[in-house]
Write a protein that binds this ligand. Sequence first.
Ligand code: PLP
Length: 402
Amino acid sequence: MRVPVPTAPRLTRRAREIRPSPTLAVSRTLADLRRRGVDVVDLGVGEPDFPTPRFVKEAGIEAIEADRTRYTETPGEPALREAIAEKFRRRGADAEPSQVIVTAGGKQALFEACQVLFEEGDEVLVPAPYWVSFPEMIRLSGATPVFAPSRRENGFRPALDDLIPAFSERTRGLILNSPNNPTGAAIEEGELARILAWTKERRIFVLYDECYELFLYDGRRHASPADDWAAHADHVLISGAASKTFAMTGWRLGWAVAPKDVIAAMSGYQSHSTSNASSISQAAALAALTELERAKESVDAMLAEYALRRKLVTAALNAVPGVECPAPDGAFYAFADVSALFPRSGAAGSEEFSQLLLERGRVASVPGIAFGDDRYIRFSFAAAREEIEKGMERFAEFARGR
Ligand code: PLP
């Protein structure tokens, strides 16, 4: 009898074409150094270092104790969908629960939106620098991401003039993220209005990711399509999440508000993939959203601390000769142009630079190539101030070539 020769399972083209994140090598080295007991400062990871607010955690615990541990409706508990709709109504957007879906994180909302809105032959505009998952989500839908670089003189804020050259007759979508990961850039209100009018005229569907909406500095106001919902509710999806807002990354709870048909399609898609977001997480998020003023106390405390760290990190980075780092408008990332240091460090680009900074300088960062700009690296300031200070000292030493 012939013994079958083991062969590797055949993977689909879809799976083979997923591009591994350039952060992978950095995470591997980080894990390896830590295993060996090396003291590394991690300014790579992009998640709040704060605990979930106490009363929100308690709502989750109560849900467990009350055995609210069963499936919920696929698009979310009616009370939570209503609370999310109400959050939008408070901003003047006439949203109702049938226009809301609750998802396992903001990421799932955007992924599902791409699945139901885009397909082969479509092009989707993505201002660069962009969040790492946008291009892959678009590719997984069958569509093609088309990058529209934002101008650095304009603080990388999205602008209509930068989108127009990337437009073609195949353009079906646009993904905007404000405040932006990795640049922190927040779109200006007037510019958003211009972009929305332009996309409406061309029947371009806009995915608007506002998961950092509450983290803006220097008194900036968050600009959102919700501000002119009556005019744009038919071609815009707004996604948000409890993840960053309420320091709940591990709870996996996000949402989207969009036209009813889009929400129904996303719900159909979700019903055959993950079903509902965790019932416990939904109960916790419901507490945060219905007692928003109470939750805001925690958010404001986080924001005040992020504001101090933002000053600290940008001052430290700009003090290093050859480094340029504008203060971000929002979010908790410093995106620094370190390309002038490449020759001295021996790095060919941001990936190698990040890797060397980690190996020799013992500071973890994320290479800008992951976000579509190879001149930069991203430092997260969602880390304790002492860690940031230590990381910045090490970075300065590394930059001096020591
Ligand atoms: N959108 C942006 C811009 C992000 O930075 C992230 C997380 O880092 C997400 C979406 C996904 O967030 P969630 O953890 O809610 O899925």
